[in-house]
Design a binder for this molecule. Sequence first.
Ligand code: LR7
Ligand code: MN
Length: 587
Amino acid sequence: KNNPQPGIEAPVPGIISNNKLPNEQDQILNHNINDINLSPQFNSKPIKSEHRFEEEDQEWKKAMALFAVDERMVVQGLGDMGRAVHLSGADAVAVEEVMKVEAFNKILSDKISVNRSVPDSRDQLCTRLSYSSSLPSATVIIIFTNEAWSPLIRTIHSVLNRSPLQHLDEILLVDDYSDRVELGEKLDMYIKYRLPPGKVRLLRLKSRHGLIRARLAGANEAKGDVLIFLDSHCETNHQWMEPLLQRIKESSSAVLVPIIDVIDDKTLEYYAGNGRYFQVGGFTWSGHFTWIEVSPEEEKRRGSPVAPTRSPTMAGGLFAIDRNYFWKVGGYDQGMDVWGGENLEMSFRVWMCGGTLETMPCSRVGHIFRSFHPYTFPGNKDTHGLNTARLAEVWMDDYKRLFYMYRPELEKGEWGDVSERRALRKQLQCHDFRWYLDNIFPQKFVLDEQSYAYGRLRNNASTPELCLDTLQADEKKRYDMGMYNCHTFLASSQYMSLSHTGELRREEVCAEVQKSHSLHPSKVFMAKCRGEKEEQEWIMTKSGHLLHKSTNLCLDTVGLQSMATVSATECQPVASQQWWFDHYTIS
Ligand code: LR7
Ligand code: MN
């Protein structure tokens, strides 16, 4: 099938011709979209003969028997309205084991109806919005590899149950070479006998391609005006599709994400969320997606809490895009394998090349967040790292230095040939990454541009020298800052900086001093940077002291050894209060 994006048709040199082929699965992964073969059954036409009718009858009986097994497991009303369910007895014991394999509670999922209801989690204001009766049509593309049966089927039913069917062209399932038995013939039969005719189509890839090329294969087959991508373990909410189609009708270069509600991996509770509060997408310099607050400027610009809200990046799995625009803006990078990176790549690309990326607050879709990937990574490659290196090489200009600062092992990595993607960027005459930072993500902290000093923060009062260190703390929560022997490489746990606004900070978190009324040293802890000075303002003196302004205390290692937490005490001319950064941008 032809597609309008010329760059996509040509084979990507260097991807197929990867010279080392350690095993068969690697070989499979180095194919590109042009090699994606579809199974013959995908386009097969029924043969009309009496013999065939008999066969069909047999098949029908077999199908009904298989579905009856599933249906007997279902407990009526369980999990309705997205309520949490806690299993007990033997089930509860079995769940522990199943979670280790499936990364979610499959036992419970199998007991919950594939048609269960979910709570309407939308802002009240949403019910007052109205949508055009002539919206563009949508193809919902659901990709999967070895997804468990019941979440996949529930995803399909939730789309059928809660979408305006007149605007739903079809649901296109893309099977990325699964080998679970039930995803074979049984799934074909389910589509044939249990789903409305003509609404659901199944595309089977003949080798494992990963989610990026699986989505490309789906997009290639889609006929709807709009492509809506979903993961294979989602439940859509009330009127989820209308806001997406309406916005694309208004602006064909708007790429849209719903608010992503949480379906608990253990209780399968559909969390109704926190009223009108939601976050948008950011990123870390190590190349990971993060959630960030909507900026005050954006709150002002959008005008209403239910208006399209600009998002610097997207999580990646759930989004809507005009089909022609998808190809025009470069589809996806076919050189990306398995999982990871494609979401930031598309985010940067869309913004830099003239589109917009927005959260539609009245569109909500639940997603089961799993704590690990319950599928294989052929070749055991760090596909997230390699894919992200590809995007850094194409889209981040000089700012890729920050990515490699956090991921030095990837700098000389084998990210392959990216010349096609660079050509695309040139052809589309996209803005540069600096423009993206200045205009789309001005809050993003650039450690080596917005600091007086950065690098490791060293103190040599003891031997060996100690450095400030996160001690592997979870940076999403507040934590006490520690000390550790200074690393010579791979030291991202020791990156610190003194920002132009006086924060002693890391990428997202800033140092504060625990208030205490005793004379004992006060703890220094890290909390989300608030950009409002006060408790997060520090001053670096000529003598190398780091003075916390609101408490008048100095950062001190006194009495500390590696692995201990750092503190702040009364300022004194002592070695334990003398600090050196690796780099200074002022003299
Ligand atoms: O090789 C593969 N082939 C596939 O078809 C690997 C995966 N897949 C399928 C898989 O069955 C699933 O349907 O691709 C989909 C995504 O895989 P997940 O569910 O393992 O990914 P995730 O939810 O952990 O990760 C998020 O980031 C990914 C980056 O590559 C993708 O963009 C996912 O779609 C994305 N999911 C979401 O954005 C949902 C919200 C999560 C958040 C935050
Ligand atoms: Mn997912």
